[in-house]
Ligand binder design. Sequence first.
Ligand code: NAD
Ligand code: MG
Length: 303
Amino acid sequence: MRSPDSPAFSHNPGFKAPRPPFPKQHQDSPGLESELDPAPRYMAEDYKAADKLAGKVALITGGDSGIGRAVAVLYAREGAKIAINYLKEEQSDAEQTKRDIEALGGQCELIPGDLTSKGFCSLLVEKTVKAYGRLDILVSNAAHQARKDSLDDLTDEEMERTFSTNIFAYIRLCRAALHHMKRGAAIVVTSSETGILGSGKLPDYSATKGAINAFTKTLAQSLIERGIRVNAVAPGPVWTPLNPSDAGLDPQGVSKFGQDNPMGRPAQPEELAPAYVFLASNADSSYITGTVIQVMGGETSGG
Ligand code: NAD
Ligand code: MG
């Protein structure tokens, strides 16, 4: 790992981002952003908005916290109306996202509910359309993650939860959203570096992220003629509630989170969100569909 004092970091705007070791901490899943120490950075103060999403409506799952919250705030700054989905235990985080968006002059509908419940994905899309009259951008971002020491520790129940949350909900949300999306609409999904590189303790989670990448490419191909683009963002480690509430990661592991990344730290959510604007904005990415954009802090992959 390079030293943070090396010239390679001197022009890196994220240089002052918090670095490990972090305070030892653990939460039950789903974790709350309000209990994370240090608090994640998601307002992207150095970012200059340019009305790139003016008049659009965006539905963001997991928009209460972490990457989803940073995306919700940046989309609102770019002029979109926002609906966020989350679990009922996360109501306080969701209300914070709504307050932040309203303070910026935007609108944010709160639609709690469990994406693994039968019929909920289509209900969520219908509620968004009912609230705003249209749907232009779907950000499928919610996920379940829990590390395991061995494949023997992966129960059928856990495997079903991971697949149901991470990939089945993505497919179901796309299926429902496409009934409302018109030419110029965009779907953006959160993948992970684990879907590209694998991750020893995350067999089920990594498999869902690989499936997300393959489904993204497939759906993108099938929607070219409709003028709807589909892309993924693959983050490296990001400072959000996901890992501090991973049942298989102890407080010591949380304190070292992101240390092994080439930049020696996790990303802050605000370092991910601009990629989601880019992929949703036709001014930026009209010729890009079926890609997996890597935002991985210098972690590289073949190909
Ligand atoms: P996060 O905990 O803030 O967000 C995950 C969200 O998923 C939660 O807020 C929750 O609302 C939602 N969720 C989980 N189960 C749900 C269910 N059954 N129904 C409805 N919502 C549910 O953490 P995050 O890191 O911002 O995660 C966002 C995305 O980023 C996920 O897809 C995750 O896999 C991905 N990701 C995160 C990291 C990282 O290091 N944090 C790295 C790579 C990819
Ligand atoms: Mg949350």
